[in-house]
Ligand binder design. Structure first.
Ligand SMILES: C[S@@+](CC[C@H](N)C(=O)[O-])C[C@H]1O[C@@H](n2cnc3c(N)ncnc32)[C@H](O)[C@@H]1O
Length: 265
């Protein structure tokens, strides 16, 4: 989730990340984790709900039956998804580079009595073996904050043949309509479509986007094919704890979030 906050701090003890933007994002999440979980933990704890409006996986069916699969959650936060999938019979590894977020995941995992394996590592250099997962997924997780030129090959390496990558992120049009000066989501394009890969408003997180054709070609370069792209629309009369993400009316008219489903043949 794009979080518009100005809090920052650093944890010099953590030496797990390689790139400057990953360090920035790790510092952001370390500083913000407690406040974020206090604000959104109850909505996230419903488990297996996608995006700002918590649309149930049972309605979207993006992951399908996960029983018996080796699953990696790529930027797991407090691990709500990972815990829910483990309960359905998946063997889940939940990765995140923020120790503060992982503290919440540890607490939630213990409370739920599950055996989700937590890994503290940066998404652009994952310390796990090639071809060890059937499914890599995230909901506004590391795919939003990693450079796709690095995350996509890394995930292609981690997937087995026949494995899938499924991820939800904010849309490019959502960013293009953000008026940074007025700090406001608008109905007008504020930024050119082409050549805009990094969105860094010097507060909050550093986020990555690609034009749609570039995503498809990048997946293809690393042996991945796109099966589906589902643009999310908030249901009528719904509410969210992510009130600073995007106005409800905006998201009813334009897609603010999209779920990609990609396969390694
Ligand atoms: C919005 S949370 C996603 C978790 C959960 N689905 C949610 O919506 O709260 C984003 C998570 O991605 C993690 N993250 C961001 N960049 C990352 C990176 N490069 N490597 C690993 N995790 C990363 C953050 O630490 C944070 O916990």
């Amino acid at each position: 989730m794009l979080v518009r906050s100005s809090s920052t701090s650093s944890d010099a003890a953590t030496q797990l990340v390689t790139s400057v933007h990953e360090r920035r994002n790790r510092d952001f999440w370390d500083a913000d984790a407690d406040e974020y979980q206090a604000a959104h933990g109850a909505q996230l704890a419903r488990g297996k709900v996608w995006g700002a409006w918590g649309i149930p996986e049972t309605e979207l069916g993006m992951l399908g039956n996960v029983a018996g699969l080796d699953v990696l959650e790529y930027g797991c936060g407090a691990g709500d998804w990972a815990i829910a999938l483990e309960r359905e019979g998946a063997r889940v590894v939940a990765l995140d580079q923020s120790r503060a977020q992982l503290r919440h995941a540890t607490h939630n995992g213990v409370a739920a009595g599950t055996g989700v394996r937590l890994v503290c590592a940066a998404g652009e250099s994952v310390p796990l073996r090639d071809a060890s997962f059937d499914l890599v997924f995230c909901d506004h997780g590391a795919m939003s904050f990693c450079d796709p030129e690095r995350s996509v090959p890394e995930i292609a390496r981690l997937l087995r043949a026949g494995g899938r990558l499924v991820f939800n992120k904010a849309t490019l049009i959502y960013y293009l309509c953000w008026n940074a000066a007025k700090r406001k989501q608008t109905r007008r394009l504020q930024t050119p479509y082409f050549d805009q890969r990094v969105f860094d408003f010097e507060e909050g997180t550093v986020d990555f986007q690609l034009p749609y054709g570039d995503w498809i070609r990048l997946f293809g370069t690393h042996g991945l094919v796109v099966d589906d792209l589902v643009e999310l629309r908030p249901p009528v009369d719904t509410s969210t704890t992510y009130t600073d993400f995007v106005p409800y009316e905006w998201a009813r008219n334009w897609p603010a979030e999209e779920i990609w489903s990609v396969r390694k043949p």
